[in-house]
Design a protein. Structure first.
Length: 424
């Protein structure tokens, strides 16, 4: 079993590139070469700014190459909660951002001609209990009335047309979600940013960011670079160099396994219409087919930071979950297992803005592919001096009380949500 993201092995092999030296000065330093940082770099460099992106590892080595490649409609907060917390008008405004975010991905993929398997597949949500399917009916009505979003319900007796499992009690189908190869997408973004002049410096950690009056001094393991502005695009990998933002993002482990190739017929039996899929638990499973007919199966199997031990424990948990959902895969080999960090916020909403003089965007709560693309562009516009009127771009982002970046409370939260999954 290989303990690295399956997606990395789908990248074309290219000759090693000459390392990019870190310049001593730039208009903008961006910390993090994931979706957020690379979209922002592309936008700013196209506008004539000198931009350097500094990445601790390789391009996209955080969540941008470690996710499940599900480009989903909606937000982490469900439609009913949005309405109850914000009222119908504001809830519609927030929800509409997710649609615009998917459109942004589509526009960049088309404009930059990024080959990344981007396609409209739709998604299905599978009801773990009969009561969850009953709740789907209320959600269907609310989505249509308030958000203009049309979804379809599939009864348990008919769900085999969509899902080769008897584990669930009916489905909700949203046809608007997309699939993507996340590693191919992030590398395509990097190529696009470089074409317009952005410098991307990899394998270089930022150790401190200090205000020096008229400019910022960014100290790294390679050198020091001075910049007029700094954008923090580290999301679930936000570190000690930016402690204020670290108090606002909670990194939560998410893990994925990928099977051996199953063959087209066997893979098609699992998800006949090639939907992106997830279930209705708080500790949900999510799964999809790959282009070479594997099953990718993920979930919150471990709270600890990914390492060799946690990845193997999580892989065992996920394999058990996979065979409960698909007993026909009991004899299948798992070829890949890996983990990464998803960044959550206190209100389970994304945020972008200015914090202590530093620009930032993040907190995507598991909806990062489209939202990171979208907010990367929006915060770049604001950084460039444009007026940005956007519900997620503002400077109101309070810190989490009694939290300094080490999520000590996650085991308690885990117990709470497991109890909810049992009770609801």
């Amino acid at each position: 079993m290989l303990e690295h993201p399956y997606w990395l092995d789908t990248l074309e092999q290219t000759p090693p590139s000459i390392p990019t030296p870190l310049p001593s000065r730039a208009d903008v330093v961006i910390i993090g070469a994931g979706y957020t940082g690379l979209v922002a770099a592309r936008h700013l460099a196209r506008g004539g700014a000198s931009v350097v992106v500094v990445e601790h590892g390789e391009i996209g080595s955080g969540a941008s190459s470690r996710n499940g490649g599900q480009v989903l409609t909606g937000l982490k907060v469900d439609a009913a909660t949005l309405v109850s917390q914000h009222g119908e008008t504001r809830a519609r405004e927030l929800f509409d951002v997710s649609t615009r975010a998917i459109e942004d991905v589509e526009a960049i993929v088309s404009e930059e001609r990024i080959e990344c398997g981007f396609e409209r597949t739709g998604h299905l949500m599978a009801a773990v209990k009969p009561s969850h399917f009953a709740a789907f009916r209320d959600e269907q009505a609310l989505l249509a009335r308030v958000f203009g979003q049309r979804v379809e319900l599939v009864s348990p007796s008919e769900q085999r047309a969509e899902l080769g499992s008897n584990r669930y009690h009916g489905l909700l189908i949203d046809p608007e979600s997309r699939a993507i190869n996340p590693a191919q997408y992030v590398h395509g973004l990097a190529a696009a940013a470089r074409r317009v002049g952005a410098a991307i410096v990899t394998n270089t950690a930022v150790t401190s960011v200090k205000n020096a009056g008229a400019e910022w001094v960014v100290r790294t393991t390679a050198n020091i670079v001075a910049a007029k502005n700094v954008l923090i695009a580290t999301n679930g990998y936000t570190g000690r160099a930016t402690p204020a933002l670290r108090r606002r993002f909670v990194p939560i482990g998410s893990y994925i396994i990928t099977t051996e190739p199953l063959g087209e017929a066997r893979a098609t039996e699992l998800l006949p219409r090639n939907r992106m899929a997830f279930d209705s638990k708080n500790f949900l499973f999510y799964f999809r087919r790959t282009d070479d007919h594997r099953l990718l199966f993920g979930g919150r199997a471990e709270f600890s930071a990914p390492n060799a031990n946690t990845t193997r424990r999580a892989a065992a948990i996920l394999r058990q979950g996979m065979t409960e959902v698909f007993p026909q895969l009991a004899d299948v080999r798992v070829d890949y297992a890996w983990g990464g960090h998803v960044a959550f916020t206190r209100d389970q909403m994304p945020h972008a803005g200015l914090l202590d003089g530093l620009y930032y965007a993040g907190g995507y709560c598991g909806h990062g592919i489209a939202m990171a693309t979208h907010l990367g562009g929006q915060i770049a516009r604001r950084l460039a001096g444009e007026a940005v009127d956007h519900p997620f771009v503002n400077d109101r982002f309070p810190a989490i009380p009694f939290y300094t970046g080490r999520p000590w409370f996650l085991p308690l939260a885990g117990t709470y949500y497991r109890l909810l999954d049992w009770l609801q």
